[in-house]
Ligand binder design. Sequence first.
Ligand SMILES: [Ca+2]
Length: 346
Amino acid sequence: MQNSVGLCLLLLSGILMSAAMGASKKIILDTDPGTDDAMAMMLALHSPELDLRAITVVAGNVTTAQGLDNAMRMVSLANRCDIPVAAGAVHPLLQRLITAEFWHGKNGLANIELPPSKCKPSERFAPDLIIQMVHASPQAITLVPVGPLTNIALAVLKDPSIVPLVKEVVLMGGSISGGNVNAAAEANIYNDPEAAQIVLQAGWPLTMVGLDVGDKTLLSKKYLAQLGQTHGPVNDFIYRVAKYLIDLSAQFNSPGTPMYDPLAVGVAIDSGLVKAPEMHVDIETRGEFTRGETVANRHGYVERNVLHGDRYVIEGLDRVIPNAKVCVDVEAERFLQLFVSRLRGR
Ligand SMILES: [Ca+2]
């Protein structure tokens, strides 16, 4: 009798576990690793709501070769050699690559030398891996790009039939209140505006997690201290990355480091963390001062100008169709607590 009760409990827990696993969201993290990319990746790897199916590497914060090396060392540190890691584009579609060792350290990982990876990279080209995985799991894959959008654009250009098969896109990039590269543009979009425009206009459900909310989500010394109380290979690595970034932010009089990429993963975990009204967003690709700006229509319409003789006359308003949910506010404390709680002791 006891045995059969035990067996039933075992079966039940198995069913519950598989139900929980089935409920987790399949994501592909497209990344230019990158310090905040490192934090994003480790958050994704340690969140049961997410099932990280692949990591695809794009040129951005560092070269693709360096980014691949960084990603490989990180999946190895987390003991996740089962996750395919594929290298992708080595430069933006139409412009030279701009790397950001200035912010991320010489190796892109805060100058922290992780042990060599015991995992092997995928031999697939990242956009091809994305195409293959989307077809293999239709309507089930969420793309989480946290670097320039080159890989995602290449996948769409090569196989537009993936667009209706992708569940959604949650990207880190853009801003509707000024940039960080310059007055107008945010770095991920600035680093490949043509790719960004392809991704924004593709026609899939898309959430833009931009500077507007990243700048409100500052990891401060308070959270660093919490991470410092516990230990584990990932915990200790992220502690060092966070400390590097917090010290860097202090040089610019900021009380903490903005959690840009991790917040995109956070929104993939729980969309309730942000307020994200629908807007139509275009990417400026030509402006003298504004190339790479995310131009968002907050009102949902444009004026209709009709030529009458030698002038145009406004005859009415035309509705524009929203193509993105644009994050404008965030429950920062709740997100930061989530982040720290997921990595403590890992
Ligand atoms: Ca990034």
